[in-house]
Structures are given as structure tokens and as C-alpha cells.
Design a protein around this ligand. Structure first.
Ligand code: SF4
Ligand code: SF4
Length: 305
């Protein structure tokens, strides 16, 4: 079972831009925010149950800079690795960028994850990325750029920009969920990838916890990834629910491809789905979920080479 306890912490879903591809924003509650005192109590609770990494995410966390700085400071006090995911709106000039990064560094932030894509950059100037990275280097703050892409030719210029600047970046596949659900993705060729997933839980501002921090929060037909609400369960109870679920563990270790094959998906069909789409076929369908749940302790768990 996965005992690594890393959390995606959704302090607020509020964002100052509206990317066309956003999977995180829930249009029903775009401005939800966790009460600050609740967030502080939850970080204390997480520290007491072996959470070792917290990624502040959801909307744009740095819209609440004072609060986030305080929460980062609590993480530092408890030896919890902290990361902030940001769109870099605050890096419009060198001075503002330096001020922000030095403040985050002083609070104890471990790493900054800066989003970059052709969708983000409709709202945020590319120069902000340059300023933000420059400030990270100046103040010794670890960073990386999350380069969200659908692998189309349109993104080549963005990748070249990142390469030309020698930035540390990692391509992140666009997730066809949330606002990107209707996007038309095609033209990607791969072999037969295992489709593993790290399975880091996501805590929403409303204190709901999900076993998946991305598209799985939208699996409303079965609620497969929903673990419960913190008003009814402790953080430890919610995390234990995640850790005791064999199917979640198999997503992490066996991968979705083998699970799909096990229940009868043809290989030629499996390769047509992206990871989260395949996941949705398996777990947001009551019928498929029932088959997987019924077979998890017998055939499925032994479906290995
Ligand atoms: S910056 Fe992030 S949270 Fe905000 S709209 Fe864009 S993808 Fe969504
Ligand atoms: S593949 Fe499934 S578990 Fe992984 S991010 Fe997508 S929806 Fe979540």
C-alpha cells in the first residue's frame, strides 16, 4: 500500500485568469475558499499524521499571499516539503517578481511550479515566466515549469521559448476534462503505455477529499475517487481510506492499461484513449467499476506477467 502522504491542497479555487483548458476550476464554485483558521488546523493535523509534502494548488494560490505564506511557514516548522503552483501573474516586472520570490523563500517554500502553455499565455505575458525564473535563481528557490501541451505543432514555439531560455521544464499532457472536455485531441502516436498514476489526494476548499487531484474529481457518475469530507472524518481517516483501496493502489502500480485489458478492452481501443479518458471509461462507469471491484482480490490482482 502507498504510505507516501503527499497532498494537493486546494486553499481556494479563485483564479485571476480563465484559461480555456482549465481542469482545476469548477465553474459551479469558482470562488470557493477555505477559512484561514481551518487551513491552519488542517496543516497541523496533516503534520500529525505523517504528511510529508503539500502542494498548494486549485485556483491561483498567490492571490492569498499572506495566508499562503503563513501556511508555508507552518509546513517548514513541521518539516513538510511545500510547493506552490502558480500562473506567474505577479512577475510582470523584475522588482515585483523579486519581491514575491524572496518573500516565499523567507517563508520557507521548498519549490515553485510555474504553469506555462498557449492557454495560460493568452492572459500572462511570456516575459513573466522569464522574470519569475530569474528571481527563483537569484534567491535560490527551486522551481520548474509545467509546460501543458496537447503535443500539437502549435506548442512547438512555446517549447522552443523554454529551451532557448534554458529553463527547467516538463511537458504535462493536457487533460481533456473540466473546461477542456470538449477539446478535439488527435494526432498523438505512442506505443502501449502502462498509464500509471501517482494518486496524490486533493483536498478542496469545501474540505472534500478526492483520491485523484485532476480529472477524477469530475467522475460524478460513480464518485469513484471521492473519499469523504473532513467535517465527517479526520485527515488520517480519509488518507487511510485511500491507502486501503486496492483499486487505487493498482492504478499506481499496475496501471490503467492492464486493468482495461483485463476487463476486455481491445488493445487497439486502449491506445486511442488518453490516460484520464481511459480512467473515466473504467471508473466512471457503474458496470465496469462493478466488474473491477468484484475481481480485484481474485483475478485482477494476479493479472501480472
Ligand atoms: S491559471 Fe490555473 S487555475 Fe487559473 S484558470 Fe489557468 S489553469 Fe485554471
Ligand atoms: S488517470 Fe485517473 S487517477 Fe490519474 S489523473 Fe487521470 S483521472 Fe486521476
Amino acid at each position: 500500500m502507498n504510505k507516501i502522504r503527499h497532498i494537493a491542497f486546494g486553499y481556494s479555487t479563485r483564479c485571476n485568469i480563465k484559461c480555456d483548458h482549465c481542469v482545476a476550476a469548477d465553474d459551479k464554485s469558482p470562488n470557493a475558499k477555505m477559512p484561514f483558521d481551518t487551513a491552519k488546523a488542517i496543516i497541523e493535523e496533516m503534520a500529525g499524521c505523517n504528511v510529508t509534502g503539500i502542494s498548494f494548488t486549485a485556483g491561483e494560490p498567490l492571490l492569498f499571499l499572506n495566508d499562503i505564506n503563513h501556511l508555508i511557514g507552518m509546513c517548514r516548522k513541521h518539516g513538510i516539503y511545500s510547493r506552490v503552483v502558480t500562473n506567474g501573474h505577479w512577475a510582470g516586472n523584475r522588482q515585483r517578481s523579486d519581491n514575491m520570490v524572496s518573500e516565499l523563500r523567507q517563508s520557507g517554500l521548498s519549490q515553485l511550479r510555474i504553469s506555462c502553455s498557449r492557454w495560460h499565455q493568452k492572459n500572462i505575458d511570456r516575459e513573466n515566466i522569464v522574470n519569475a525564473v530569474s528571481s527563483c535563481k537569484k534567491y535560490g528557490l527551486d522551481y520548474f515549469i509545467s509546460f501543458v501541451t496537447d503535443f500539437s505543432k502549435q506548442d512547438d514555439a512555446f517549447e522552443q521559448f523554454l529551451r532557448d531560455n534554458s529553463f527547467k521544464f516538463f511537458p504535462e499532457p493536457l487533460i481533456y476534462s473540466g473546461r477542456a472536455k470538449g477539446f478535439n485531441g488527435s494526432g498523438v502516436f505512442t506505443d502501449y503505455p502502462p498509464n500509471l498514476c501517482a494518486m496524490n489526494p486533493y483536498l478542496t476548499p469545501e474540505l472534500d477529499m478526492f483520491a485523484c487531484c485532476d480529472a477524477g474529481t469530475h467522475f460524478t457518475e460513480t464518485g469513484f475517487f471521492y473519499l469523504g469530507n473532513h467535517k465527517d472524518h479526520s485527515i488520517d481517516e480519509l488518507l487511510q481510506k485511500k491507502e486501503k483501496n486496492i483499486l487505487y493502489d493498482l492504478i499506481r502500480t499496475m496501471g490503467l492499461t492492464n486493468m482495461a485489458s483485463y476487463i476486455g478492452f481491445k488493445a487497439s481501443e486502449i491506445v486511442k484513449y488518453r490516460k484520464c479518458q481511459l480512467c473515466e471509461k473504467l471508473f466512471n462507469s457503474a458496470g465496469n467499476l462493478r466488474v473491477l471491484e468484484n475481481s480485484v482480490k481474485s483475478g485482477l490482482i494476479n493479472w501480472t506477467r
